[in-house]
Ligand binder design. Structure first.
Ligand SMILES: NC(=O)c1ccc[n+]([C@@H]2O[C@H](COP(=O)([O-])OP(=O)(O)OC[C@H]3O[C@@H](n4cnc5c(N)ncnc54)[C@H](O)[C@@H]3O)[C@@H](O)[C@H]2O)c1
Length: 372
């Protein structure tokens, strides 16, 4: 099996590559090694036996030879900061959408075209995700993104059109697209572009929508995404951890090894093209509870402050309905949050320290009116 991973030096890509090499796959990593993720002088270790191509995914239309004869292309290269996407709009659309378009054009120019493309999409395409009202528990509703006025008033929980508070339930794949950020819209666009091309160009397409992935290898330098890395960095340097809203907002945190299990096994499964599957732990964890568990895993003791501040475009809750991946792939996440945080903290503690850039990133958002 010949496999190309775009964004292969990201932490999901590297973890995937290590597993594929063990399975005797011939692996090529394509990555531009962006400064935001890797720093000015990228310090990385390519797994033994992989081939590395340093290039921008947007060049693939002009360099189709990189794609020639691949059995599988995992398309992971992307800009990934939700809040940052709200002001670097052209850049996010360019990397995520034009990058995907370049991949498709490159595939079209190959003599031996890749047979299977696996896209790393995101739960963000669902916006606030699935909720119900107690009067009609069988009917899923997707609340509108919360407005600035609601957030300023501390009305954190999403409400329906009549102002009634709703209850968050697991989000299934058929909910539809309700992107609440440019990042989310660009991930939805990646899905649509690949769906539009797969039949005509003759490749099978598999789409995963990941929840919040964390784990060993996650950038400790990127202040725009990766809440666990950001909080770890502060805790390790004895800096207070600020928590947005009231701290009861929640996410579905899934360890990278469970994501990689899905990525590896979808290639072996005989599924129809354009199958979309959620991958997550399938349960919500509040940010306050996450910080408790993270501090316990690191052994650090720093103040934790619930700030009541917020970012526009952030969702309140959302967790995955993983029934489809369970049924079609036998997916069953193996790493509990506590165990995953223990593994992450052990790895992160051995890494060089990086200056904390969270406040600078937040200040940037404040100036643009995107954080209050
Ligand atoms: N981590 C998560 O919680 C999460 C959740 C949902 C979806 N995803 C998706 O998973 C994929 C991988 O994310 P990750 O968490 O490993 O992120 P990451 O930032 O660790 O990795 C992304 C990699 O892409 C590379 N890259 C960025 N722009 C590029 C370009 N123009 N050309 C080539 N390479 C480029 C970066 O250098 C980086 O190595 C992304 O598509 C992301 O949208 C991640």
């Amino acid at each position: 099996m010949r496999v190309l991973i775009t964004g292969g030096f990201g932490f999901i890509g590297i973890t995937l590559a290590k597993v594929l090499v063990e399975l005797d796959y011939e692996v090529t990593l394509l990555d531009s090694l962006t400064v935001q993720v890797h720093g000015e002088i990228p310090a990385f270790e390519a797994p033994a036996g992989v081939k590395c191509v340093r290039m921008d995914v947007r060049e693939l239309a002009d360099r189709p030879e990189v794609l020639e004869g691949m059995d599988v292309v995992y398309h992971l290269a992307a800009e990934t900061g939700t809040a940052q996407s709200m002001y670097r709009v052209v850049h996010y659309v360019d990397v995520n959408e034009v990058g995907t378009a370049a991949l498709i054009e490159g595939i079209g120019k190959c003599v031996r075209r890749p047979k299977h493309v696996v896209l790393a999409s995101s739960r963000s395409v669902y916006g606030e995700g699935a909720y119900v009202h107690e009067s009609s528990p069988g009917i899923l509703v997707v609340p509108q993104s919360r407005t600035k006025e609601q957030l300023v008033a501390g009305e954190w929980e999403p409400v329906d059109g009549q102002g009634r508070v709703l209850t968050c339930v697991p989000t299934p794949e058929n909910l539809g697209f309700f992107p609440g950020s440019i990042y989310a819209a660009s991930k939805a666009a990646q899905e649509l572009l690949l769906q539009a091309a797969s039949t005509a160009l003759g490749f099978r397409l598999s789409i995963f929508r990941f929840q919040n992935v964390y784990g060993e290898g996650q950038s400790l330098q990127n202040p725009y995404t990766g809440i666990i890395s950001i909080f770890f960095n502060r805790a390790a340097q004895g800096i207070e951890i600020p928590i947005y809203e009231d701290g009861r907002e929640s996410r579905d945190f899934v360890h990278v090894s469970d994501i990689v299990w899905g990525l590896v096994n979808v290639v072996k499964a005989d599924l129809p093209s354009a199958t979309v599957m959620n991958l997550g732990a399938g349960q919500p964890t509040s940010v306050l509870s996450l910080v408790d568990d993270l501090l316990a895993a690191t052994g650090c003791n720093v103040p934790v402050r619930v700030t009541g501040q917020f970012r526009l475009g952030d969702i309140r809750h959302c967790y995955a309905d993983t029934t489809r991946a369970k049924t079609l792939l036998g997916y069953s996440p193996q790493v509990s949050l506590r165990e995953g945080l223990r593994r992450f903290a052990a790895w992160a503690s051995s890494q060089p320290r990086h200056d904390d850039k969270l406040e600078k990133a937040t200040e940037e958002l404040r100036k643009k009116g995107l954080a209050v």
